[in-house]
Design a protein around this ligand. Sequence first.
Ligand SMILES: [Fe+2]
Length: 237
Amino acid sequence: MDRSLPSRWFMRPLLAGLATLVLLLMAGAAPAWAEFSLPPLPYAAEALEPAIDATTMTIHHDRHHAAYVANLNAQIAADPRLAELSLEALQGQIGDFPAAVRNNGGGHWNHSQFWMVMAPVGQGGEPSPQLLQAINASFGSLESLKSQFDRAAAGRFGSGWAWLIRRSDGSLAITSTANQDNPLMNLSGIERGTPLLGLDVWEHAYYLKYRNRRPDYIAAWWDLVNWNEVNRRFAAA
Ligand SMILES: [Fe+2]
């Protein structure tokens, strides 16, 4: 008689159950955001062509954004407070951290929103009636918003971002930040608000295709704006 059969029959589910319990306990004990991770692009690298070419998208996401994530994670060992914060919560406290966290934490948040506020041509929808009403109240028209945004994006000296934000009083505004700063950050000199739409004007975002012609990149980028996502951010703000 094979005595191991009843033993296996009994032990396997028991061990599997114990393993599951341990995994569940570990998942409960560790915050889900203990380490930051690179989100995948929500579309193929070539999906935004011709406005943004596949090579630029691949390098931008797989190298630049990935480096911000890796460099931010490298800071966790030096400052365990980072392991307790979500990426968004970190932005509001970024002034309490050293420059490496500011640059890489900002870089991770900024790029994560950047991929989401773009969509292949024809798939981004239109501003919702509610958003359009707020745009008209703050800028007069969508065209006026775009021209103000274009000036902020083209006029940002060096590297940085242009933003459409919702202020705490409900009005909308165009702002610009240097480097990897953003309007969520608790830093002096930054107009704070909820970012609805952010455009990367670092040279790494456009130089392969547009060379030094940043205004051409900005003009082409408007065809990619994912208004469905901007509407969602506006409704949630
Ligand atoms: Fe970038």
